[in-house]
Design a protein around this ligand. Structure first.
Ligand code: HEC
Ligand code: HEC
Ligand code: HEC
Ligand code: HEC
Ligand code: HEC
Ligand code: HEC
Ligand code: HEC
Length: 376
């Protein structure tokens, strides 16, 4: 039997071989580009504003100024956006990790967390000192979940990131495997602690959970990160606006079409066109994590031509103070006192969300409201 390459050689004429080689090189280059930061930071087909904005220093206003003139700043500190990222040494993070300390190592695959060190440290319960890692950041506001990460320097000094294998979930008030991590951990010395991501993926995590990133040759200056999604992350840099007491302003949110407005939120909540056709099925519970993808498929969105994310959400208020589970959201357009409105075909007059926008979940202990509003 000839070897595989030999078989291919016999089978293809030499021009075919060249063609095959060119195809392989082309595909490899594409894959490489996907892996590097190139596609994330300068992809021309997407609205890059907030990503570029993340690294700009000039023209930034001090966020503390906004409250002098805008009520929007009063309760903002309590929103999920404001709390999307914090240091692992913050009180909220340490309180949760203290519960991890009480977990039975058998249930956490032999991993324990040591809170005696300067930074919380994941260790192997067997005391193997070669295998331990310092968790330095805590992602998520805790409304659904919190996940810790460890930042590490690669051989060139760029910042990589290890996503901890264990996530705290509010629904169980305890720890379980981080969504997206493999059932069985990798057999490397860091494998038991989680999955290691390269610098480009590391940057992406921080990019969606913060508002200013300083990057020197791939190294994230962690001490300078402005954590959370703040006013200027959604409204653009406001130095001149503050200096001119509002005379210089920006009308994006007033003039944007519904699709443009949804796409702005979708920069982090996931853009419909980033989602593969095969993934977009109404019965896929994972899709509920990506609100824009489902919402733009709803008849409410396509037929009303006025719906945006802010039809139901005030991004300046925490969910619990804006009656986010109320029927008022639907009655804006399906109101029985308005003869033009389409009413519920099942003649229901309340609990709209329960039947048309229920909370759904996959295997992780976390559930999301399905924004693909429809008859089920
Ligand atoms: C000294 C007062 C003052 C301060 C401080 C201030 N603003 Fe304003 N802002 C205004 C005024 C006045 C308007 C109304 C401008 C108009 O629409 O004509 C305005 C409008 C806005 C608008 C709506 C119109 C637009 O430009 O998008 C946003 C958003 C906004 N401000 C954000 C901010 C943020 C964010 C901060 C903090 C970094 C801030 N403002 C600080 C006075 C201020
Ligand atoms: C997650 C994105 C987001 C964040 C963060 C955010 N805003 Fe807004 N803001 C919006 C959107 C969207 C609108 C337009 C609202 C609408 O369409 O009803 C808006 C509108 C405004 C307006 C204009 C209100 C009006 O009636 O015209 C002001 C002023 C404002 N925001 C200030 C702020 C301030 C101050 C902060 C920080 C404390 C902030 N925003 C944080 C998304 C955001
Ligand atoms: C820079 C990235 C980013 C942008 C832009 C963004 N979000 Fe978010 N949003 C997040 C993150 C991260 C969270 C998760 C916070 C957490 O951990 O609970 C979140 C949470 C939320 C929540 C849950 C609220 C809560 O208080 O827990 C709502 C609702 C929401 N976003 C709506 C919007 C809307 C509407 C827009 C556009 C006006 C928008 N977001 C733009 C990143 C973003
Ligand atoms: C494209 C933007 C984006 C990237 C990249 C990203 N996140 Fe998020 N993350 C979000 C948004 C948006 C939410 C809010 C999801 C929701 O509540 O629907 C969120 C929520 C979370 C939460 C809270 C749990 C939840 O689902 O609400 C955690 C924890 C988290 N992210 C961790 C991470 C980590 C760790 C990374 C990197 C491995 C990462 N994120 C990368 C946008 C992003
Ligand atoms: C028709 C009303 C409506 C519209 C429009 C809408 N949402 Fe929601 N959203 C809801 C409801 C209801 C909830 C559940 C609130 C709760 O659990 O307190 C929710 C929850 C969320 C959450 C929290 C995650 C969860 O499931 O607990 C995020 C994030 C979010 N929406 C983002 C968005 C984004 C981004 C858009 C625009 C693409 C959007 N929403 C448009 C009604 C709406
Ligand atoms: C901005 C206006 C608007 C809002 C807000 C809105 N809808 Fe709709 N909705 C529409 C329009 C317009 C249609 C199409 C009606 C028609 O075809 O006669 C529609 C259609 C529907 C349908 C039929 C869907 C189908 O596939 O046939 C359902 C179910 C529905 N809406 C439920 C809701 C619920 C539940 C809410 C609140 C979570 C809601 N809508 C909020 C405008 C809206
Ligand atoms: C108990 C479940 C249930 C509740 C609660 C419910 N619906 Fe429905 N809704 C349905 C079903 C089932 C249909 C499909 C009826 C049919 O086609 O015969 C439907 C149909 C609809 C339609 C499409 C009507 C059409 O002619 O295309 C709209 C719009 C709608 N509902 C809005 C609402 C609103 C708004 C609320 C809250 C006030 C609500 N629904 C509460 C089950 C429910």
């Amino acid at each position: 039997m000839p070897g595989l390459t030999e078989q291919v050689r016999q089978w293809l004429p030499s021009s075919g071989r060249w063609f095959l080689t060119i195809c392989i090189v082309f595909l490899m280059t594409l894959t490489l580009l996907q892996w590097t930061s190139v596609s994330f930071f300068v992809s021309p087909s997407v609205d890059t504003l907030p990503i570029d904005l993340l690294q700009v220093v000039d023209g930034r206003a001090d966020e503390k100024n906004c409250i002098d003139c805008h009520v929007q700043a009063e309760q903002f500190h309590a929103t999920g956006h404001a709390n999307a990222l914090r240091r692992s040494t913050s009180t909220e993070s340490l309180e949760l990790l203290a519960n991890f300390e009480q977990c039975d190592p058998a249930g956490t695959e032999g991993t324990v967390v040591n809170l005696q060190a300067a930074l919380p440290r994941a260790e192997n319960s067997s005391g193997d000192s070669a295998s331990q890692i310092s968790l330095d950041w805590c992602f998520g506001s805790g409304r659904h979940a919190r996940t810790w990460v460890a930042t590490l320097s690669d051989s060139q000094g760029a910042t990589d990131l290890l996503e901890f294998r264990w996530t705290w979930f509010r629904d169980i008030d305890g720890f379980d495997i981080t969504p997206g991590q493999p059932g069985k951990h990798f057999a490397t010395h860091l494998g038991p602690f989680g999955v290691l991501y390269d610098q480009s993926k590391a940057r992406r995590c921080f990019a969606c959970h913060s508002s200013y990133l300083a990057i020197d040759d791939g190294r994230l200056r962690l001490e300078d990160i402005e954590t959370g999604v703040n006013c200027q992350r959604c409204h653009g840099l406001r130095g001149e606006h503050v200096a001119s007491e509002g005379a210089v302003h920006d009308d994006f949110w007033k003039t944007a079409s519904p699709v443009e407005a949804v796409n702005r939120c979708a920069q982090c909540h996931r853009r419909p066109e980033e989602t593969g056709a095969a993934e977009i099925r109404p019965d896929d519970p994972d899709l509920a994590r990506f609100q824009p993808v489902g919402l733009v498929r709803s008849k409410c969105f396509t037929a009303s031509r006025t719906m945006t994310c802010t039809t139901c959400h005030d991004p300046h208020l925490p969910l619990d103070v804006q009656d986010s589970l109320g029927d008022w959201q639907c009655l804006q357009c399906h109101d029985s006192s308005n003869t033009n409105d389409t009413l519920c075909g099942a003649s229901e007059t309340e609990n709209c969300l329960q039947c048309h926008m229920p909370k759904v979940g996959s295997d992780a202990p976390v559930r999301f409201s399905d924004h693909w509003i429809r008859v089920r």
